[in-house]
Design a protein around this ligand. Structure first.
Ligand SMILES: Cc1cc2nc3c(=O)[nH]c(=O)nc-3n(C[C@H](O)[C@H](O)[C@H](O)COP(=O)(O)OP(=O)(O)OC[C@H]3O[C@@H](n4cnc5c(N)ncnc54)[C@H](O)[C@@H]3O)c2cc1C
Length: 420
């Protein structure tokens, strides 16, 4: 590439990691973010898990039954709201089409390959830049209260071992030895799956620290600038129009999460992404209470409890509710119920009035894989649609994209993630 600047749209995990990857290879960047600061949307209070062990897209075989049943159940972990149905029609058909056993398995393997690569690269970046984001490499563990429920996750783990996934099946005593804070519910645990290579860390802190490194390296990050339109002529991108004026450029990276869809449409490109709402609650440690050491996922409640330094994040649920980011109390109550069911002694110590509830919209693709690569007019590149795994996939996705932009052979086959 010549030394003309690349305009990156979006200051979440994808935009920032892409900006770093370009600037660290000597390519000038200008990143535009609509909000007043970076990482205030989906990348803000996410589940904090870097989890190659859970790469399976959510449209697994049988998902349509789950979604249909959810219309009548306010506590369902995956919920479809009737008001969102019209906006999901074309995307939804594709989402269900990709839920066949074969497609789901292929997507799971591709997602795992990107996740494993990305988590390794995230650690290297942390070391190189000395990024502080409460990183922990303590693994994760899925606990089961019903022996029959073990089969599905064990089958998925089984078909990833040839790609490098490590896991072990534990009985209740071994699960409590791995995470002593599970002792009060020991009698309810029938088995657990432990994934030693999973990591965790605060994505928001990571983004803030990475933004500092980008600026120190000479990259430009402009917050409070909303891109309104991409401009192309003769099959090439020419500029972006923003609410603060026009910026000329021949290279654009669209990394605007859910905001990528309307922007792509301005140059006639359709990107199959829809928002899937999720919730988290973050609680602070009470110094008198012992704290969990690793991420625990409660299989029955489809939700996770993730220690992040002296905080604990409760996270879960997927709701197709359009772009509505309102926090529904029933969903927050669900997360506190999770805490009571997994760590009753911690639940008893928590002052709920100081807990921080949050809702964010995962940019969910219809095939369960992100869009990374060239698409539409020449000069336009995508890095979006990472759904429930964007933190896990971020650093690897940026490398994969920038390798392609610079004509370098990527470490990973980019084919499964090509925009479709
Ligand atoms: C509840 C929840 C839990 C999650 N847990 C995990 C987890 O444990 N592990 C994991 O790997 N992933 C997790 N994820 C997924 C992960 O957080 C997302 O995939 C990731 O944050 C997506 O990053 P992004 O940069 O694509 O989007 P975003 O973070 O949404 O960033 C896009 C940015 O673009 C900006 N933008 C949009 N339109 C415009 C415009 N027109 N002009 C300028 N700027 C614009 C937005 O303001 C935003 O800042 C979770 C997500 C949620 C919601």
């Amino acid at each position: 590439m010549n030394n003309a600047k690349t305009v990156i749209i979006g200051g979440g995990l994808m935009g920032l990691t892409t900006a770093w990857e370009l600037i660290s290879r000597g390519e000038p960047v200008e990143l535009l973010e609509a909000a007043n600061d970076v990482a205030l949307e989906s990348s803000y209070a996410n589940g904090a898990m870097l989890t190659p062990a859970m790469p399976d897209p959510w449209n697994g075989p049988g998902v349509y039954r789950q979604l249909a049943a959810s219309l009548f159940n306010p506590y369902s972990p995956m919920k479809l709201r009737i008001s969102a149905v019209p906006s999901l029609i074309g995307w939804g058909i594709d989402f269900l089409r990709n839920s066949s056993v074969t497609r789901h398995r292929e997507a799971t393997r591709a997602s795992y390959a990107l996740a494993a690569y990305s988590v390794a690269e995230t650690s290297k970046l942390r070391e190189t830049l000395r990024l502080e984001y409460d990183a922990a490499a303590t693994g994760s563990m899925k606990v089961f209260r019903d022996a029959a429920a073990l089969a599905g996750p064990q089958r998925i783990a089984g078909y990833l071992t040839d790609l490098g996934l490590r896991y072990e099946v534990l009985d209740a005593d071994a699960a409590v030895a791995a995470e002593p804070q599970l002792a009060p519910i020991r009698s309810q645990i029938v088995a657990a799956l432990r994934y030693p290579d999973d990591e965790s860390g605060d994505a928001y802190k990571f983004c803030r620290a990475l933004a500092d490194s980008i600026r120190q390296q000479g990259g430009v990050i402009r917050c409070g600038v909303k891109v309104t339109r991409l401009v192309n002529r003769g099959g090439r991108v020419l500029a972006v129009e923003t609410d603060r004026g026009r910026i000329e450029t021949h290279r654009i990276v669209l990394a605007a999460g859910n905001g990528s869809v309307p922007l792509a449409r301005t140059v006639g490109l359709r990107i199959p992404i829809r928002p899937a709402k999720g919730y988290s609650v973050t609680i602070r440690r009470d110094a008198r209470v012992e704290w969990p050491r690793m991420t625990v996922i409660d299989d029955m409640m489809h939700a996770a409890l993730v220690p992040i330094g002296d905080r604990l994040r409760l996270v879960g649920t997927a709701e197709f509710a359009g772009h509505d980011k309102r926090i529904r109390q029933a969903r927050i109550d669900n997360l506190f119920r999770l805490l009571e069911n997994v760590y009753p002694h911690i639940a008893a110590s928590v002052d709920r009035s100081t807990a921080q509830p949050w809702a964010g919209l995962r940019p969910m693709s219809s095939n369960g894989l992100p869009s990374i690569g060239r698409a539409g007019p020449e000069g336009l590149f995508l890095n979006c649609g990472h759904g429930h795994l964007g933190w896990t996939h971020a650093v690897g996705s940026a490398k994969l994209l920038v390798d392609q932009m610079l004509g370098v052979t990527p470490a990973l086959d980019p084919t499964p993630y090509r925009p479709h």
